[in-house]
Design a protein around this ligand. Structure first.
Ligand code: PMT
Length: 401
């Protein structure tokens, strides 16, 4: 099975005998590397205990909409935002009816209404209930609303009937989860992505840097690999593990990042500059640790090369995407950088806003091109990265090259 490293899967379980299979599904998803959070409806808790699901998922189980303690931990809106994918397995006829009618009368339906992420449902019920016209209408409507209906399978049922209504096997559902994250939109393309901060040495023990954690750039690398690209990740010093199957090129300073970027341009189709490059570096590097001899100390700084602008003016210019870290007039300044640095696209983020930007798990951006602007509200960096990679792939394919 494909890996699900760092994928956040919210597994909703509704009331049905197939709920016991969700324990195995949780185990498979965890083994594939996913972070799983389980939501049980009251009926599901009659079939499988929260304790079992907590032990298997390694996370607290969410059960009630109006539970102040759970809301204090991770509220339902936060949970809806947290998920990269919501999988409801088993999905009962009652749950599908409530969801297709837009009801939010328990935690799971509310989450499904509140989320921007994709939802997959694995129906499981008696074959007559599945064939019932109302269930069919509900299923069709949910599909029209963009949800994926997985199954049901055909065969012997717990009630003694035979026919359609069996929940797909946990291994099939886990495979569907993995496939959901794989696209082919960048197949055969080579992406070079810069990430993290640069460090500009003052002396052997001190440096100038910034708060970049590398999370945004690493999430982009992961999303690009899932989209079929080969990825070179040029990273400043961060404490993240690189995605599997990417070529990691570790650098420290802006000058090293520039050299690595130029060296990778040969076969590069798309260059994404998510790194927070220090604009200045000390003019001189002190070979020995500078002593505290006076009350004040001055350091002369000189401009660093602009990496993304150098790439975008290169003979072998790839499709070039920059980021803009701004604290005011975000889109106006980003548009200025788009033009000045000769970029195809720039992703503007407000780094003064709490909870997004530097060193946070979430981000919110406006994607700016010469003739368009698209705002993507706050979401996890991994979800955002997938949206950005899809937008970049589309713009790249439409570009004249
Ligand atoms: O790493 P995280 O903690 O996840 O945080 C993500 C982020 C905030 C660092 C990221 O979303 C982001 O905004 N990256 C760009 C940061 C930045 O340096 O922005 P800027 O507006 O100063 O620079 C504009 C563009 O020029 C950027 O693409 C930057 O990589 C590039 N640049 C800047 C200076 C320089 N000398 N060379 C460059 O290539």
């Amino acid at each position: 099975m494909h890996r699900l490293n760092n994928k956040r899967i919210l597994l909703g379980i509704t009331g049905g005998i197939a709920a016991y299979k969700s324990a195995e599904l949780t185990r498979l998803l965890k083994t594939a590397g996913a972070d799983v959070r389980v939501v049980l409806t009251p009926a599901a808790a009659e079939f499988i205990t929260p304790l079992t699901m907590q032990a298997l998922s390694g996370n607290p189980v969410h059960q009630h909409l109006l539970d102040p303690e759970a809301e204090a931990g991770m509220g339902h809106i936060e949970l809806a935002r947290w998920a990269d994918l919501i999988m409801v397995a088993p999905a009962s006829a009652d749950f599908m009816a409530r969801l297709s009618n837009g009801m939010g009368n328990d935690l799971l339906t509310t989450l499904c209404l509140a989320t921007d992420t994709s939802i997959a449902l694995a129906p499981a019920m008696n074959q007559s209930m599945w064939r019932d016209l109302r269930t069919q209408e509900n299923s069709n409507r949910l599909e029209q609303l963009g949800m994926k209906i997985l199954g049901p399978g055909i065969g012997d049922q717990a009630c003694g009937d035979t026919g359609p209504g069996r929940m797909l096997e946990p291994s099939e559902l886990a495979e569907h989860c993995a496939k959901y994250f794989k696209t082919e939109e960048l197949s055969g393309r080579h992406l070079v992505i810069t990430a993290g901060p640069t460090r500009e040495a003052i002396d052997p023990v001190r440096y100038i840097s910034n708060h970049s954690s590398g999370k945004m750039g690493y999430a982009l690398a992961e999303a690009a690999i899932e989209a079929g690209a080969s990825v070179s990740l040029i990273s400043g010093p961060v404490s993240l593990s690189p995605p599997e199957r990417c070529k990691l090129i570790s650098v420290t300073s802006a000058q090293e990042m520039l050299s690595a970027s130029l060296a990778a341009l040969d076969s590069c189709n798309i260059f994404i500059a998510a790194a927070a490059v220090a604009d200045y570096r000390p003019a001189d590097f002190a070979e020995q640790k500078i002593k505290k001899n006076s009350e004040e100390m001055g350091i002369t700084l000189v401009r660093n090369p602009d990496i993304v602008a150098t790439v975008s003016s290169h003979d072998q210019r790839p499709f070039t995407v920059g980021f803009a870290a701004e604290t005011e007039q975000v889109v106006i300044y980003a548009r200025g950088k788009l033009k000045r640095k000769n970029l195809d696209m720039i992703v503007a983020n407000d780094v003064a806003q709490e909870g997004i930007g530097f060193n946070s798990d979430d981000n919110a951006v406006t994607v700016v091109t010469a003739n368009s602007e698209l705002t993507i509200p706050q979401t996890s960096k991994s979800q955002l990265a997938r949206r950005l990679i899809a937008l970049i792939a589309e713009a790249y394919e439409n570009s004249e090259r």
